[in-house]
Design a protein around this ligand. Structure first.
Ligand code: NAP
Length: 254
């Protein structure tokens, strides 16, 4: 097992969108820290590949295909995690898409619905079924992946910005409602991170421009986001709930 500050032995975690990027980095770190990791993604082959990587490194992982925009699939994912791990202790609602790039006055209606379905409804469905499972097991911790765009705007991305702002608000409300159940719920706001979400959708010149928007002068890495998420999931964050935490190279500090 790798050198790690966290001990997640005997704890089961769901990570959605864990076949790629930030979700895969979180899954690897939780797996290396002893958690039984349920790797969920829409894409079976990428989920199975990350699960295999974790088990080959000596960890515990199972893959489970689920579209987070499908409430019934998310309910089954939670049941699967409880069946495999005995209880659900941690969840990271990470799956997300970028969506169309267009000003609001021209924004495609189907693109709007798709982004809201995945980036907002997907997080709601996740918490909707994770919370009762955690309550049944005596508590837990949830991290929802927002964005810097949970607190500031970005031209041509109204659906994404709306969904990510809503994730921050929903996180705070759910945390207040379930603090008494021993469930901590936080949101994380990464700036632009070097993952396939960017490389698959944007030209290298646009990515370079985005890097320049961060005072640190570069994009973040998925591992830098994972470090914050794992801290928030850990017992060391026992008084931290209902808040939104940036990992943004000073992007929003200006
Ligand atoms: P990524 O590399 O594209 O990974 C996202 C994963 O989620 C992919 O495996 C994707 O599958 C999967 N996915 C997409 N729709 C899904 C659905 N409906 N149900 C289940 N899985 C689904 O993206 P990432 O950069 O790691 O992003 C992860 C999260 O971080 C997202 O919520 C994103 O909004 C947020 N974030 C990213 C950045 C950034 O700059 N990268 C910045 C701030 C916040 P496919 O590949 O098959 O689509």
């Amino acid at each position: 097992m790798s050198d790690t500050r966290f001990d997640f032995h005997d704890r089961t975690a769901i990570i959605t969108g864990a076949g790629s990027g930030i979700g895969a980095a979180i899954a690897r770190e939780l797996g290396a820290s002893g958690a039984h990791v349920i790797i969920s993604d829409m894409d079976a082959s990428s989920a199975e590949a990350i699960a295999a990587e974790i088990t080959q490194a000596g960890g515990r992982a199972d893959a489970c295909v689920a579209d987070v925009a499908d409430a019934a699939a998310v309910e089954k994912l939670v049941d699967f995690a409880v069946e495999k791990g005995g209880a659900l202790h941690m969840a990271v609602n990470n799956a997300g898409i970028g969506g169309p790039s267009a000003p609001l006055g021209e924004y495609p209606l189907d693109g709007w619905r798709k982004v809201i379905d995945v980036n907002l409804n997907g997080v709601f469905y996740g918490m909707r079924y994770q919370i009762p499972a955690m309550r049944a097991g005596g508590g837990g911790a949830i991290v929802n992946i927002g964005s810097i765009l949970s607190s500031v705007g970005f031209a041509n991305a109204s659906a994404y910005v709306a969904a990510k702002h809503a994730v921050a608000g929903m996180t705070k409300t759910a945390a207040m409602e379930h603090a008494g159940d021993g469930i901590r719920i936080n949101a994380v706001g990464p700036a632009f991170i070097d993952t396939p979400l960017l490389s698959k959708n944007l030209d290298a010149s646009v990515i370079e421009q985005l890097a320049g928007l961060h005072p640190v002068g570069r994009l973040g890495t998925a591992e830098e986001v994972s470090a914050l998420v794992c801290f928030l999931l850990s017992k060391r964050a026992s008084f931290i709930t209902g808040s939104y935490h940036l990992v943004d190279g000073a992007y929003t500090a200006r």
